[in-house]
Design a protein around this ligand. Sequence first.
Ligand SMILES: Cc1cc2nc3c(=O)[nH]c(=O)nc-3n(C[C@H](O)[C@H](O)[C@H](O)COP(=O)(O)OP(=O)(O)OC[C@H]3O[C@@H](n4cnc5c(N)ncnc54)[C@H](O)[C@@H]3O)c2cc1C
Length: 379
Amino acid sequence: MNFQLTEEQILIQKTAREFADTELAPGVVERDEKKIWPKEGVAKMAKLGFMGMMTDPTWNGEGMDTISYTIAMEEISRVDASAGVVMSVNNSLVCYLLENFASNHIKEKYLKSLASGEKLGAFSLSEPQSGSDASNMKTTAKKEGDHYLISGIKNWVTNGINSDYVILFAVTEKEVGHKGISCFIVEKGWDGFEIGKPENKLGIRASDTCELYLDNVKVSVDNLIGNEGGGFKIALATLDGGRIGIAAQALGIAQASLNASVSYSKERIQFGKPISINQAIQFKIADMAMEIESARLLVRQAAWKKDQKQNYSHVASMAKVYASEVAIRASTQCVQIHGGFGYMREAGVERLMRDAKITQIYEGTSEIQRVVIARSILK
Ligand SMILES: Cc1cc2nc3c(=O)[nH]c(=O)nc-3n(C[C@H](O)[C@H](O)[C@H](O)COP(=O)(O)OP(=O)(O)OC[C@H]3O[C@@H](n4cnc5c(N)ncnc54)[C@H](O)[C@@H]3O)c2cc1C
């Protein structure tokens, strides 16, 4: 067993760290407050090859392993979790899905520009009545000759406003449950396709989240991904990998909380001494460091298993639940260590607490991850 990162992985870590500190850090508090999408940051991430990290170079990706991806995700999210989720959706939900399940025609037409970062993708599974129970979706795709007519409402679509293409799930056959769900790629701007207002969120406020309204949107049969009725399996397989990315996002938030806690506790003087000399503060820092290191091991293990083509579903769930809970605990303690200043926007640490919360919810809540983990153990 070797815990040492490869030279390439170390280089990615350095590149992502420097990029995040120099390009994303300036303005991150303002972008969060005013809900400003990180347009320039995303364009620069594309130049660095961060938008299609694991996609094969044949399709304009970087052909890197999943561990490298988690390293970059952690570093980006350490500074700006909103930029982290934009990157995560494009990499692990959109490019991964297309590379593994779409036809060469779709890969040529869409994946190449998505993996290079020239275009941006979104992944639209959830609907108002179907979140955890995603198979209960109501959006329909009715086949008419060489095309489908898609109608329905999708909600909480990350990148929904700024993306060019959307991976969208719809029911092609009713009354057969998840076996009647199919997967499509749909272009923004097609007739009958409307984008909702940006949601006003607790955290990751600089990322965009919106509803999508589809009214008889005409989608060619060439834009069907996989087989008719095979969409739900594609969604679940894709989300397994996506959860590793979200776990890495949570890890970045937790690491940022530790870093801020260490520096502030050394600087802040109370009773004539830095607060870091108090054991109560030291124990918080020790607990954060222990938990972060454990979460990182789980994230890397899940990524490694995926790269080794081993079954990684339950480990990805473990990594997501654990890392997201560590992010919640670390960011809450970080605000506590900052005292009243931590409660002020200006300190920039209350944002970590707000950003951490979503990692327990999207791409499958912590409760659903526990269902997946328990099922894999009890089977
Ligand atoms: C900011 C944001 C961005 C998002 N981005 C996307 C996106 O890009 N694409 C997309 O498709 N979706 C997206 N989502 C949707 C997200 O994946 C869902 O919110 C999530 O899956 C949970 O679904 P729900 O909100 O409907 O909660 P519900 O399913 O209604 O669950 C409510 C509560 O009940 C619990 N619960 C439900 N079923 C069970 C069970 N069987 N056992 C135990 N507990 C249970 C849940 O864990 C949760 O605590 C996003 C959501 C948010 C908030």
